[in-house]
Design a protein around this ligand. Sequence first.
Ligand code: PAN
Ligand code: ZN
Length: 201
Amino acid sequence: MDPFSSRLDFVTGEISPNSHVVTRRISDMEGMYLNREATQRLIREGNPVVYKVYNVPVPEEYGHLQHCTSVVFPGKVGDEYFMTKGHFHARRNTGEIYLGLQGEGWILLQDEADTIKVLPIKPGVIVYIPPGWAHRTVNTGKVPLVFFAVYPGEAGHDYGVIEKKGFAQLVVERNGVPVLIPNPNYRRTESYKEGKGRTRG
Ligand code: PAN
Ligand code: ZN
């Protein structure tokens, strides 16, 4: 394919022309927030947009580089801050780079042995997500959190694992500040918990 360029607005996160926009509302994330009642109330009261992704379409193939911006809006479901769904890459041996452009938040990272790490993101911060770590972005601030991401063409997205088991920790507001709490609904990965590892097939 021919080389090309795109324009990125550092404030709004919008990429133009030709970006493909994905919009996620609260109703697209049912069951991901702890407070089910607050989730249903928000859906009834206008179903707000939680985040948008402006994706530059390139072939989903080895050698290419996917790139996009994400905009996570400020807000909470109960005490829990607005966040992305979170995913593993379908090809686990692919990493990713995030560069913070506006706002502030936390990146939650979790590997398949359920180890969890948290890294703050804000303008000028580069977050390196090594292969094998699921990642979710949480907006802990009062303005939209905007970041740019680059990852291998063939990475793909696996949402299923996180939809099923969630992240081991949640980011909630306590006395006006973000804190991590254990997720009471978290289901650990049985094979790792029992030390069996993975089986074939
Ligand atoms: C990001 C994410 C984006 C939206 O571009 O896809 O922030 O989050 P979810 O994909 O979890 O809904 C990325 O990590 N791409 O690989
Ligand atoms: Zn990713």
